[in-house]
Design a protein around this ligand. Structure first.
Ligand code: NAP
Length: 247
């Protein structure tokens, strides 16, 4: 795989870099030479630990605190990156939550917070980033969707809707900006070993997965790094499943 090594250091933003998958993505992008902004919301300590590790291993990056559900905070964060670095080459929309329950028990706020965090965040963070990418005629946008967004999952009407929505947004935006050398893809993980799946019956779940095990955050990160590479320049509007054969 050829990573993009140009004179210009690439600038990446990973939202939710204080969580399991975001951490691995930030580390992998830093390992391949990118300057990585690590976004967090409530968990500064975890994001700071990851940044320390990145720097210890010879990489480079910075922390960036903002709430992806706030358009104002998200746009200020993108403006800050552009002010500091002049550009944003890679955007990974990874921040997300789940709040599972049967639809009949679901309150409007349980629906809305999941949609705001997982889907409206895409709009909040991506719009100004795209503006900059259009002017630079380069960009890589990767949205972290989910198998639940492809198949639907009982108990996850809110989460499945948000993740399916991300796939629609990915495909539409990909068509809008493909001519400017900007690719937009989604990665759809199955069950991945992070805090997000705490409390789920992991052993039973593993038995339903053809690979016989859950996925690792690094396996998601590897796909993201590939989609950011020069070799992936003709891949856009796609959904890459990372699910051990579930789908
Ligand atoms: N784990 C899985 O099995 C799995 C499967 C499919 C898809 N995914 C998707 O992968 C992504 C990462 O999940 P994960 O497993 O790494 O979960 P995680 O460990 O729970 O991490 C979630 C991340 O999202 C951030 N976040 C939540 N609300 C936010 C907000 N309002 N503003 C900014 N950041 C916010 C959290 O930041 P703070 O902690 O700092 O608030 C944290 O960094 C999510 O989109 C998830 O839906 C996960």
């Amino acid at each position: 795989m050829t990573d993009i090594k140009t004179d210009n250091e690439q600038i990446a933003l990973v939202t939710g870099a204080s969580g399991g998958i975001g951490k691995s993505i930030a580390q992998a992008l830093a390992r391949t030479g990118r300057f990585v902004y690590l976004n967090f919301h409530s968990n500064r300590e975890k994001a700071a630990e990851t940044l320390e590790e990145i720097i210890r291993n010879g990489g480079n990056g910075a922390l960036l605190e903002f709430d992806v559900t706030s358009q104002e905070e998200s746009e200020q964060a993108i403006e800050k990156i552009i002010k500091e670095k002049g550009k944003i080459d890679i955007l990974v929309n990874n921040a997300g939550i789940r709040n599972d329950m049967l639809m009949v028990r679901m309150k409007k706020e349980n629906w809305q917070t999941v949609l705001d965090t997982n889907l409206t965040s895409f709009f909040n963070v991506t719009r100004l980033a795209v503006k900059n990418m259009l002017s630079k005629r380069f960009g890589r946008i990767i949205n972290i969707s989910s198998t639940s967004g492809q198949t639907g999952q009982a108990g996850q009407v809110n989460y499945s809707a948000s993740k399916a929505g991300l796939i629609g947004a990915t495909k539409a935006l990909a068509r809008e900006i493909a001519k400017r050398n900007i690719t937009v893809n989604a990665v759809a993980p199955g069950f991945i070993e992070t805090e997000m799946i705490d409390g789920l019956p992991v052993k039973e779940i593993a038995e339903t997965i053809p690979a016989g095990r859950l996925g690792k955050p690094e396996e998601v990160a590897a796909a993201v790094v590939f989609l950011c590479s020069k070799d992936a320049g003709y891949i856009t509007g796609q959904v890459i499943g990372i699910n051990g054969g579930v789908l």
